[in-house]
Design a protein around this ligand. Structure first.
Ligand code: IPE
Ligand code: IPE
Ligand code: MG
Length: 250
């Protein structure tokens, strides 16, 4: 009897063009709750499984030569969920970060958390600070995690910071342009995503990277986040490579 070997996509699949890969992928990891519900399990089971999906996606991006990945882990609106779920997620983030830091160092990952971090539990903030400091000189994939992130909140906090600089006479009104504005965003220094992937079929941005996604190609799959895998990424990239990016031109 022959045993069917699973296809392991360690290298860039040959039908993808390595010269036109997105340089930054953003992902809205949605559908954890539904994944768990379909199995008659509590929602938190879906979140737990979702961590494994994210780990493999990060590795896959590295393996296939995609230099930046940003994942939406918790939105400013997600505080409106039941307290047990919010608490579970905060604890999960902290636990995963503590557990994975060593491996991320070994794999040369540079991690950045983007969002209003000051409102997170202090023990989580401590892990976040540590992970960002420890990995800041790493030169591998740029991995950003949007936590307590809201696109509107980010834009408003940038405006405040700029207004404060103007008030102090440090910058002039005429100095404010898109390039200056960028410097006040959480994502400053990281090129904008050129591909946004959202799982579980929802066709919306849910307040994710409103400024940065202005010209991103959008790919939505029905697959729920815990089931997203390398083959799914492969499909998203094939689709991306069919797109004609016009940027307003003809
Ligand atoms: C995404 O999955 C994870 C977070 C928002 C933290 P959901 O929890 O939104 O799952 P669904 O959309 O309810 O299935
Ligand atoms: C977006 O998913 C936020 C994250 C994935 C962290 P949601 O499940 O919160 O979005 P909505 O509520 O469907 O818009
Ligand atoms: Mg959801």
């Amino acid at each position: 009897m022959t045993v069917k070997q699973p296809i392991v996509l360690n290298d860039l699949p040959p039908d993808l063009d390595s010269t036109c890969l997105p340089q930054h992928i953003a992902v809205i990891m949605d559908g954890n709750g539904r994944w768990a519900k379909r199995r008659g399990r509590p929602r938190i089971m879906g979140h737990q499984r979702g961590v494994d999906t994210l780990k493999d996606l990060l590795r896959c991006c590295r393996d296939w030569g995609i230099p930046a990945l940003t994942a939406y882990a918790f939105s400013t609106e997600n505080w409106g969920r039941p307290l047990e779920e919010v608490e579970f997620l905060m604890t999960l983030f902290e636990r995963v970060l503590r557990r994975e830091l060593e491996e991320m160092m070994a794999e040369n990952v540079r991690i950045r958390f983007v969002g209003n971090l000051a409102a997170l539990p202090s023990s989580l903030q401590a892990e976040i600070d540590r992970s960002m400091k420890d990995t800041e000189n790493n030169t591998g994939i740029q991995f950003s995690v949007a936590t307590n992130y809201g696109g509107r909140q980010e834009i408003v906090q940038s405006c405040r910071a700029i207004a404060d600089q103007v008030k102090q006479g440090l910058i002039n009104l005429d100095d404010i342009d898109e390039a200056l504005f960028e410097k006040y965003l959480y994502t400053t220094g990281i090129p904008h995503p050129d591909l946004l992937i959202r799982t579980s079929g929802e066709m919306r941005l849910s307040n994710f990277l409103l400024w940065q996604l202005a010209y991103a190609e959008i790919y939505v799959t029905q697959t729920l986040w815990p089931d997203f895998n390398r083959e799914e990424l492969h499909q998203a990239l094939l689709d991306y490579q069919q797109r004609e990016r016009r940027f307003g031109k003809v």
